[in-house]
Design a protein around this ligand. Structure first.
Ligand code: NBG
Length: 822
């Protein structure tokens, strides 16, 4: 028998069983007789961790020895979801574990349900970061994710009488077996205070920041297991604690908040994730949160660099790449400048050269309200030295780059300046990011084009090679292998077991798209997934739906630009048609929503309420013979997405063209065999290119048409008066048809669509959307045609593997070498 290599998975079923029982007793302090499901889950995680830690150590030793360039991914959000099944799959231990637990009378998927989601993110941006660190480890790149160890992740959503209620999410109330505290790497972070100019003995001038407070940053490491289990990188999340440090002189001189409040503030920094993904919170706390995790991370990066290179910074930019995931970590740029200039005594030019080579920035949205700006007075108080550094960066930028290109042009200077003038002067974090980064990327082709043409055209003129594209991707390990085991097994059989690494291999399945036997296999799997979802829907909402129906799913944050309201208008229109003619020709359809609204976003919450009220009425109306059902799944999150996505027939991707930077749910649903009904926006365009436009239901205004319509002057009343169905549906909102005895409760939606100007052109796209739905219906009524389209969609999504995105980042931005762990 061949001897096992060091990297082989060492555990067999008996060993794993023994390890789980050992941990149940010695780590959890319980016994087989008494143990709860939760204890069994934790014991299982502990047993798996024996493998994980061993590989983690080996990875770290290898990286230290090889001393290769590493990527540091700074992100305020990492939406990790659950880790148990993911880690088991990536270690190739899932099957063994399943069998081991079955022997013990337990069920692995039940145990996985004990794990709370790590919901340390809002939506696409945070989930993308999670997919990226999975891919980085899978591809053996030295990488570390840096973020915030929020005590409470995104709120838990309850629905009461149709309305969203926010409840705190306490994901680690009873401990999380996948994280390790690292007190040996605690950092101290300064805040507030003042800056002093001192003259050194050698005559040069130096700035000294006397902090008013210091906050302790405690790192928690989450191992990130690459597929195949060779590389285990880490995600390092910082938790804030009050530090003993307190400067009475500064405190007395400044007359700041009382000391108790400041202590509480120290611990508040990592308490909650801001539940806005596309609006500015405008709070001091948020700026401090950003600075806190960036400063901790820069210190950590410095410590590790110095361990290998001492005070010789000439290799810094060769060794270190830092990616800024959106503008949230922008403050890392002036922080690195501060450390290099003030603490390491580097010349400004030298330090700037390093910074510029180290940083790159990803833009995730064009929505102006999401491009962060912080009041100058806030900076002055919280980060006085950083403000000086920002001024210096700005003045050099304006005189060295802008003035030579547009001599004497004050308008351009005002536009490109990091400082926005006005009643309240502001720091524009987006401009700072572009000026301080060597590359700036958008997240889908069309988005990157708009970043160049509309958002940063002058920056593109100054640096023609800086702005680029890296289309998003998703990890096929979580979003196919783990969440859709039957389809994964079918692909194993047909294309071999390499596809989770080389998703392009699925393309060879296209040749079976017409094969009746294969169609049957494929659609039987979809049917099973739908049947499982029927149970989940019943358990979560009490609503009965039939797996016979088309499952039409829209899952994403609630935002007007994503246009859940358009979906709702169409549902109401279908309902009207059915009421007018109960034999109206349509295949039974279940519309499923999953969505959280930012707590302060009133209209978004009204839309959730309206969906639920329409659902109540529609679902209980016997006249329509069950042809239409509407389901709002409460508390949409990663683990729920894993159940919804494999069961989707239709994927709703209906944003106003030009507004959805990319989307990633669109990729996941298509990969699992759903057909996209979508606009030519974000990654939908590339999905349609890959799958073929004939296999998607593309509709609506294009980016250029949206711009043209807006330029002409869009009047939603034109559509209201011209289209009797639109008028009838909108007028319905003013009645009490859906809210008996309470007319007008849903009127805010009509108002936003008419008097509010319908910013996102829902009425303009309604007719085309409705037409696209008819097309979907016709296709579905031809099972073989539908199966063919579904198969082609799934088989052609190879491009949207996040491994491909990472390879693009490596080639276009980071210049890393992979580092195999033996
Ligand atoms: C989101 C976009 C999505 C995109 C993700 C990941 C923000 C600010 N942006 O379209 O809205 O898929 O980022 O890039 O959350």
């Amino acid at each position: 028998m061949a001897t096992k290599k060091k990297t082989d998975i060492l555990l067999d079923k008996e060993q794993l069983k023994a390890s789980i029982i050992r941990h149940l007793r010695s780590t959890l302090g319980t016994s087989e007789e008494k143990a709860s499901q939760e204890s069994w889950w934790k014991a299982t995680a502990a047993a798996v961790n024996e493998q994980v830690y061993e590989r983690l150590t080996r990875t770290q030793q290898t990286h230290l020895k090889q001393d290769t360039r590493a990527i540091h991914y700074l992100s305020a959000e990492f939406l990790m979801g659950r880790l148990t099944s993911n880690n088991l799959h990536n270690l190739s231990l899932y099957k063994v574990c399943d069998e081991a637990l079955a022997d013990l009378g337990l069920n692995l998927s039940d145990l996985c349900e004990c794990e709370p989601d790590m919901a340390l993110g809002n939506g696409g941006l945070g989930r993308l970061a999670a997919c990226f660190i999975d891919s980085l480890a899978t591809l053996s790149y030295p990488a570390i994710g840096y973020g915030i160890h929020y005590e409470h992740g995104l709120f838990r959503q309850e629905i009461q009488d149709g309305r969203q209620i926010e409840r705190p999410d306490s994901w680690r109330e009873y401990g999380n077996p996948w994280e390790i505290c690292r007190p040996e790497s605690v950092q101290e972070i300064p805040l507030y205070g003042y800056v002093e100019t001192v003259f050194c003995d050698d005559g040069h001038m130096k700035k000294v920041w006397h902090a008013g407070r210091k906050i302790k940053g405690v790192p928690w490491d989450i191992p990130v297991v690459g597929f195949g289990g060779h590389t285990v990188n880490i995600l390092r999340l910082w938790e804030s604690r009050a530090s003993e440090f307190f400067d009475w002189d500064v405190f007395n001189a400044g007359g700041y908040l009382d000391s108790q409040a400041e202590k509480a503030q120290a611990e508040t920094i990592s308490k909650v994730l801001y539940p806005n993904d596309e609006t500015e919170a405008g709070k001091e706390l948020r700026l401090i949160q950003q600075y806190f995790f960036c400063a901790c991370s820069i210190k950590d990066i410095m410590r590790r660099y110095k361990r290998a290179h001492g005070n010789d910074f000439s290799h810094f930019a060769d060794q270190i790449a830092i990616q800024l995931n959106d503008t949230h970590p922008t403050i890392a740029i002036p922080e690195l400048m501060r450390v290099l200039v003030d603490e390491e005594d580097l010349q400004w030019e030298k330090a700037w050269d390093i910074c510029y080579r180290v940083f790159a920035y990803t833009n995730h949205t064009l929505l102006p309200e999401a491009l962060e700006k912080w009041a100058v007075y806030l900076f002055e108080r919280v980060l006085p030295r950083h403000l000086e550094i920002i001024y210096e960066i700005n003045s050099r930028f304006l005189s060295e780059k802008v003035e030579p290109m547009w001599p004497g042009n004050d308008a351009i200077k005002a536009k490109l300046s990091i400082i926005e003038e006005g009643d309240v002067r502001k720091v524009r974090m987006g401009n700072l990011c572009v000026i301080g980064s060597n590359k700036v990327n958008g997240v889908a082709e069309v988005h990157s084009r708009l970043v160049k043409e509309d958002l940063f055209p002058e920056f593109d003129q100054i640096w023609p090679d800086k702005l680029c594209n890296v289309t998003n991707g998703v990890t096929p390990r979580r979003w196919l292998l783990a969440c859709n085991p039957e389809l994964a097994a079918l692909y194993d059989e047909v294309v071999g077991k390499e596809w989770p690494l080389k998703l392009d291999l699925l393309r060879s399945v296209v040749k079976f798209a017409d094969d009746k036997a294969f169609q049957k296999q494929f659609m039987t799997i979809k049917r099973h997934n739908k049947e499982k979802l029927v149970e989940v829907i019943k358990a979560e909402t009490g609503i009965d739906v039939s797996a016979e129906a088309i499952f039409d799913i829209q899952i994403k944050r609630l935002h007007e630009y994503k246009r859940q309201q358009l979906n709702l208008l169409h549902i109401m229109a279908l309902y009207r048609r059915l009421l007018a003619d109960p034999d109206y020709d349509m295949h039974p359809r279940v519309f499923i929503f999953g969505s959280k609204a930012a707590p302060g976003y009133k209209l978004a919450k009204d839309i959730i309420y309206a969906i639920n009220k329409v659902a109540e009425r529609v679902n209980n109306d016997v006249r329509i013979k069950g042809k239409l059902k509407v389901v709002f799944m409460p508390n949409y999150r990663v683990s729920l997405a894993e159940k919804l996505i494999p069961a989707a027939d239709v994927s709703e991707q209906i944003s106003t063209a030009g507004y959805e930077a990319s989307g990633t749910g669109n990729m996941k649903m298509a990969l699992n065999g759903a057909i996209t009904i979508g606009t030519l926006d974000g990654a939908n365009i590339e999905i349609a290119e890959e799958a073929g436009e004939e296999n998607c239901a593309i509709f609506g205004l294009t980016v250029d048409e949206v711009k043209a319509l807006k330029a002409r002057g869009y009047n939603p009343y034109d559509f209201y008066y011209a289209n009797s169905e639109i008028k009838a549906v909108l007028d319905w909102f003013d009645t009490d048809y859906f809210t008996p005895g309470r007319p007008g409760e849903l009127s805010s939606i009509k108002r936003a669509l008419l008097d509010g100007g319908d910013t996102y052109l829902a009425l303009a796209d309604f007719a085309a959307y409705s037409e696209a739905h008819r097309k979907i219906d016709t296709w579905y009524c031809d099972p073989s045609l539908w199966a063919k389209k579904a198969i082609i969609n799934s088989a052609t999504m190879g491009k949207f593997n996040s491994d491909r995105s990472i390879e693009d980042y490596v080639a276009r931005i980071w210049g890393l070498k992979s580092c195999k762990v033996g």
